[in-house]
Design a protein around this ligand. Structure first.
Ligand SMILES: Nc1ncnc2c1ncn2[C@@H]1O[C@H](COP(=O)(O)OP(=O)(O)OP(=O)(O)O)[C@@H](O)[C@H]1O
Ligand SMILES: [Mg+2]
Length: 331
């Protein structure tokens, strides 16, 4: 069976006019040639620093951004496939139902003037899923229950909820069309550390009970580790390492992945005290003017030579299901 979602070589560039007369156009390559597959009922974690293109990638998958090039294919259980980027109106309805996104900032993504029943009910209206008001309300109540909220929450407004509860409301709205895929963009970033685990456990339970696939976006490799079957490590718009979670965590290959891992706290205090921490040199470079060659070379602790500064290494498979883009692993 084909993977549920096949993403091939997608690029999303933003253009800017700069200079005194604003005559010169610059391109910010927010997503620059990214490919991956998302399997049924599995989670692909996407991790990387702020600004590396995680949200842009997620929005491209749900068609909020039209990519410059590349393809996104949705392979449905009935054997049909949809070319998401060139979908016609009918196909687009299926795409909207099948792929949902929970947005990064639950404060701005929930309409403050709407009661929760309207927010969660919106996709039910758009997709004409209920035959009348009563059926819609019972669907909303069921969704609230699914995410651990109460029926009486239906008539309240977003500002009456905590960060964790708002995240649950966003999730209820995403669940309404019964999607097969949810893009979760930093689902715990607006949540108190003390309730992070609850939100993550809820997401895992929902994934299992509703047989969904997740694209799980986070800057926190620890959280991604906990949630994902596979991990893609992003740096300045590109994937620099990709593989099974176990491989990425226990046998990281890219110097950037190694640095991210070394910053993770370890539960054993003895080990933590003696652990070698790799400090990333310098700041994340300007995305409009990224370094030539390997984009990571300006901060790399393991430079292998001049080619790192001049040529960009391709993402290559080094063992089954484990890919890395680094000159260290090229013959
Ligand atoms: N609509 C837009 N117009 C122009 N530039 C954009 C737009 N959206 C994102 N960018 C730029 O694209 C790059 C990637 O942004 P994106 O929001 O995808 O990163 P991110 O990895 O999600 O970061 P964060 O962890 O802070 O959420 C950034 O340099 C950002 O400034
Ligand atoms: Mg983001």
């Amino acid at each position: 069976m084909k993977p549920l979602l096949e993403v091939n070589n997608i690029k999303k560039y933003f253009s800017f006019q700069r200079g005194i007369l604003r005559k010169k156009t610059f391109y910010l390559k927010a997503v620059d040639d990214i490919s991956f597959n998302l399997e049924r009922k599995k989670t692909l974690g996407v991790v990387g620093e702020s600004g590396c293109g995680k949200t842009t990638l997620g929005k491209t998958l749900v068609n909020l951004h039209k990519p410059e090039s590349g393809s996104i294919n949705l392979n449905l259980d009935d054997g049909t496939s949809i070319d998401v980027i060139n979908a016609n109106d009918d196909e687009m309805k299926t795409v909207r139902r099948t792929i949902q996104m929970v947005f990064q900032d639950p404060h701005s993504s929930l309409n403050p003037r709407w009661p929760i029943k309207n927010i969660i009910g919106e996709p039910i209206d758009i997709l004409k899923m209920a035959s009348g008001r009563r059926e819609k309300e019972s669907m909303v109540m069921k969704l609230l229950n699914d995410v651990g909220l109460k029926p009486e929450h239906m008539n309240r407004y977003p500002h009456e909820f905590s960060g964790g509860q708002r995240q649950r409301i966003g999730m209820a709205r995403a669940l309404a069309p019964k999607p097969d895929i949810i893009v979760l963009d930093e689902p715990t970033s607006a949540v108190d550390v003390s309730v992070q685990a609850q939100v993550l456990n809820l997401l895992k339970e929902l994934q299992k009970s509703k047989s969904m696939s997740y694209l799980f976006i986070s800057h926190d490799l620890g959280v991604v580790h906990h949630m994902s079957n596979e991990i893609a490590v992003m740096y300045l718009g590109q994937v620099v390492e990709y593989g099974d979670t176990d491989k990425i965590i226990n046998d990281p290959l890219h110097p950037y992945t190694k640095a991210l891992l070394s910053a993770l706290p370890v539960p054993d205090p003895e080990f933590e005290a003696h652990k070698k921490r790799i400090i990333l040199k310098g700041q994340l470079p300007d995305a409009i003017n990224p370094p030539k060659g390997c984009r990571f070379h300006t901060r790399c602790a393991e430079l292998v030579g001049e080619k790192c500064k001049h040529d960009c290494p391709a993402l290559k498979e080094v063992s089954k299901g484990h890919k890395v883009a680094c000159w260290i692993y090229e013959e």
